[in-house]
Design a protein around this ligand. Structure first.
Ligand SMILES: NC(=O)c1ccc[n+]([C@@H]2O[C@H](COP(=O)([O-])OP(=O)(O)OC[C@H]3O[C@@H](n4cnc5c(N)ncnc54)[C@H](OP(=O)(O)O)[C@@H]3O)[C@@H](O)[C@H]2O)c1
Length: 216
């Protein structure tokens, strides 16, 4: 019986993750806030190992559950269904997008810590071809948050020149990215600085990854 990857949230990250999972022989259950019927087109492209369901069903079905929703949706997740599951959290805190959260601004907790506070979370797995790098306790996860060196900038491929913002977005969803080794990730994590999350001065926009007119 193949393992099942449950996805809570099927936004920008879903395509790459769902494809990796199907290619690795996993079953995939996708979900979003609007209902399974809105995911039928995507499910069709993924083939018979993918289906759409509600977030609670995706959590129940998943041996491994990826939570990939905006911070503002954390309090609407199916906490009971997630309880005891192995959860991978892709979430980041972007105050410009998510609104200010005092606990995060004051470095009292991380965004993954907020998710953990709502239910028991397990240990991340590297089933999908990713390596696993231990960057410390959950309280240290600020090191991989926006505006720090390990966040986003090292991974994209090189976009074709001259793309319009919308074309860049489509390209970025298909881009297989650039593998970054565990040793390099450790170096990047070690060079992180606390307090940069709320800074608009670094990050992908400044690094020129996003074309003019497109912001995170
Ligand atoms: N995009 C990236 O490359 C990337 C990389 C690393 C980390 N992240 C972080 O991962 C998180 C998600 O990013 P994203 O780019 O995938 O976001 P996104 O494109 O905005 O997609 C968000 C997804 O969450 C779903 N959702 C919202 N509320 C929900 C709820 N209560 N229950 C179930 N699903 C819900 C949305 O469904 P509906 O559309 O139906 O509302 C949508 O499918 C963010 O914190 C982001 O910063 C993103």
């Amino acid at each position: 019986m193949p393992l099942t990857l449950g996805l809570i949230g099927s936004g920008a990250i879903r395509t790459a993750l769902a494809r990796l999972a199907v290619a690795a022989g996993l079953d995939v259950v996708l979900s979003n806030s609007r209902g399974p019927e809105t995911l039928s087109e995507l499910v069709d492209t993924l083939g018979s190992h993918a289906r759409a369901a509600t977030p609670a069903e995706a959590a129940q079905a998943g041996d491994l559950v990826v939570v990939t929703v905006p911070l503002t949706a954390l309090d609407r997740l199916p906490a009971d269904a997630l309880n005891g599951k192995i959860v991978l959290d892709t979430g980041n805190y972007h105050p410009q997008r998510d609104g200010q959260t005092a606990e995060l601004d004051n470095d009292e907790i991380t965004s993954s810590g907020l998710l953990q506070r709502q239910q028991e979370t397990g240990h991340p797995l590297d089933l999908l071809g990713y390596d696993a790098v231990d960057i410390g306790m959950l309280a240290d996860s600020w090191r991989s948050e926006p505006n720090n060196p390990v966040y986003v900038e090292p991974y994209p491929g090189v976009a074709p020149e001259g793309l319009e913002p919308k074309e860049w977005w489509v390209w970025s969803l298909e881009d297989p990215g650039t593998p970054v080794g565990a040793a390099q990730v450790r170096e990047l994590v070690a060079s992180a600085e606390r307090g940069l999350v709320a800074s608009a001065e670094r990050g992908p926009s400044r690094a020129g990854l996003l074309p003019a007119g497109l912001t995170l």
